[in-house]
Design a protein around this ligand. Sequence first.
Ligand SMILES: Cc1cc2nc3c(=O)[nH]c(=O)nc-3n(C[C@H](O)[C@H](O)[C@H](O)COP(=O)(O)OP(=O)(O)OC[C@H]3O[C@@H](n4cnc5c(N)ncnc54)[C@H](O)[C@@H]3O)c2cc1C
Length: 381
Amino acid sequence: MSAQAAQQAPAPGAESGEMPAILRIRLSKKVDCEKQCPEWECLQPSQFDKVWVVGELEEGRVSEPSLQMLTPGLELARKLYTSLEAVLIGGDREALEKAAREMIYHGAERVHIIHSEALREYMAEVYARVLAAYAHKHRPDVMLFPATMRGRELAPYVANTLRAGITADCIRFDVDEKTGDVDMIRPPFAAIMLAYIKTPTRRPQIGTARPNVFPKPPRDETREGELVWARAEDYGVPRPRSRVLRVEKIEKKEIPIEKAEVIVSGGKGVGTHEGFQMLEKLAELLGGVVGGSRKAVDMGLVPYERQVGQTGKTVRARLYIAVGISGAAQHTVGIRECGTVVAINKDPEAPIFQHADYGVVADWKEVVTELIRILETGEEV
Ligand SMILES: Cc1cc2nc3c(=O)[nH]c(=O)nc-3n(C[C@H](O)[C@H](O)[C@H](O)COP(=O)(O)OP(=O)(O)OC[C@H]3O[C@@H](n4cnc5c(N)ncnc54)[C@H](O)[C@@H]3O)c2cc1C
């Protein structure tokens, strides 16, 4: 479902006036305390409520992946008959407030802002422990994190501290109508089917999704919401076990692949550094960047941060040109959100053609050479 539809559509059964079945199930669900972790007091699922999206700031602004997570957040909140809230943590009050407003414009009803001067510097352990203590007190039913570098650090730390389950890299979220549990849906390793993962006894139910798997919800500056400020010290700010001595920014000359509008992606079929130089040339002429399959990465032809697919990046390019890539499921899962996919492969049976809008069965070198020539000469075709 699109972000807009998730914001607007009523949840199933909402019109009848009776208590919706899922809500009834959620409120009456009882778990056996024996099965819960003995380290924590036994809490029933009905003692937890709300869907939280944990947002993050990138250079003082709310990151795109944080806004994107509001889309599944809205849909889950609608299906669970609860509300969507966001949580931000950090040390820059002004930046936090601006970020919180952005999250409201994109669908959050309330934003919890956990603030402390001691949190100016990001430290995974410190942020995670404060977040976990905050979640332990306020008991969200669901916590969603973007699977960014930070989200990948924080989510498992919070999950482990709360002795809750976590499912990483989900591509969909749903609600099991029989149990009221959230289905965290993701491709299992090396397989083409989907795994539906639940946390039946523990709360919160924690999941992550990679950047670009969901579009961000539409922005509406007239939307209003509540800001709840919290002092991080009230939740215990631990002394960091490490110290940041210096921050060095790595100059990124190129657009990161997950933000590129045009990607020319090469596979094992391209085979050599010279071949990839030709793809660079084509990408440059099209105003795009080069990506690659895992085999191309393993061959040292393209750096890992440009790998597309299940264990690489999910991309949302307007134009994706797959050159000498067979189209394994672990690759194509990363290009599902692309606009137009063009495949160039000499094997007419290559699975990539099933995912392409346009296919060229030919030797890639001939096709790429001709494309470069046409783009350089400006010849009409
Ligand atoms: C757990 C797991 C995670 C994985 N994660 C990823 C991932 O994130 N991303 C990813 O890409 N893969 C991933 N893989 C690997 C994936 O299964 C494939 O092995 C890989 O995508 C294949 O790469 P390829 O298409 O470049 O190579 P191949 O499958 O070897 O295909 C090469 C293609 O090039 C074509 N070709 C050869 N010569 C020419 C020519 N002259 N002109 C035109 N076409 C030519 C061939 O017909 C062939 O179709 C993962 C695998 C596992 C098990």
